[in-house]
Design a protein. Structure first.
Lengths: 227, 227
């Protein structure tokens, strides 16, 4: 996208995102933006997190996809309130669409809302959708060089999740190398290794439950310094 | 991206793409646009294709990345002429950048040029870069529902490649299901299963070597009917 055009689109989006954050803060709800490439295991991670939280935290989910409602059906099967957001061609979620989705969720009954972004390691990171926490998901099947090749998402992440780590023996993925690449662009985000049967899911749930929300100023600064 | 803005950007891009195709046609070179998500195995596929072709076809490569030259170094190690295209933040290649890259390659010595697009299952499919053949790569690690969830790339593909099929036993990927999803949006593209040690690489090389170039009219029609 042309830089000047992108700036204009983003300014409008930032206003919508601030509105969302004000709404959520007034209700004591935190929102988590889950980003990563297509097939990086975002929906599976959410399914396992819902089970981890049980009744500890009341969860809602917004499922972002270009088309289809497959992911929303997977979440609904767990009895979790979910709304499907269809971008109709667009490669990322924007704050306006998320705002509409929030109108469908039973906000009074929720402590935390997970928004699964469109599967794309690039564009979603450019758009604030009013979240308090950003998770960047990287599957070990994608290769350990990806944080260097797609730095923006990892630079803006509050937390980095390596997924499908139960399959790592079938790859040449080097966790130290990936972690070094992440550290090059992000000094502070915890890096958690998740996968079926691994302790990372519980660790991530624990971290999310205890994490204080970033406020608007902190979030603006994060977006400014990595633009 | 806003639909009206996207249309304007694409019109300019289409003119550049037609210029490229005219240049390549006048020199008898065919160009292949290799698209797929980050970590879907595009570079590995190209490495193996270069070995398949040997001296049968003289290959050149343009490597598209947002940043870094890791992939270009991998191709250069094979002794193949390669140029790195850095999009500097943009999520896809456009025809203008590809045109600049072609200026660096020794066109008189080449029969076929592979352009590896930015790792992204969404945006690259929206932009004609002057190619004659479009390959959509989907790794079996990404899930068999991806052609349904990200239909544009598969609808515009001249050929669909399932990659990392040597690892399929570690996944729940169903090749029949994926193929059905591809067929829903694309009636004609061959679907080839590739992976280390599998016959698909040779099959793909054979197909590419024998494929007549699509002409400008066919390509315009393909873009029009799937917009």
């Amino acid at each position: 996208m042309d830089i000047a055009i992108l700036k204009r689109v983003q300014e409008r989006n930032d206003t919508d995102a601030s509105d969302i954050r004000r709404l959520l803060d007034s209700r004591g709800i935190r929102m988590v933006n889950v980003m990563g490439g297509a097939g990086s295991g975002k929906t599976s991670l959410l399914e396992r997190l819902m089970l981890q939280f049980g009744r500890e935290l009341r969860c809602g989910v917004l499922e972002g996809d270009i088309t289809t409602d497959y992911d929303a059906l997977r979440i609904a099967a767990l009895g979790v309130p979910v709304a499907q957001l269809q971008t109709e061609g667009s490669c990322h979620l924007d704050a306006a669409l998320v705002h509409r989705g929030l109108g469908v969720l039973p906000l009074s009954d929720l402590d935390i809302i997970f928004v699964e972004n469109v599967g794309n390691l690039v564009c979603p990171a450019q758009f604030d959708i009013g979240e308090h926490i950003r998770i960047a998901v990287l599957s070990v099947m994608e290769g350990d060089d990806k944080p260097a090749k797609y730095p923006l998402m990892f630079s803006r992440a509050t937390i980095a999740v390596l997924s499908k780590c139960d399959l790592i023996d079938h790859t040449d993925f080097d966790i130290s190398a990936a972690s070094r690449f992440i550290r090059t662009v992000n000094a502070s985000a915890p890096i958690i290794e998740t996968g079926i049967g691994l302790p990372g899911d519980a660790e991530l749930a624990h971290w999310l439950a205890g994490r204080p929300n970033e406020d608007e100023d902190e979030i603006r600064e994060r977006f400014a310094t990595t633009a």
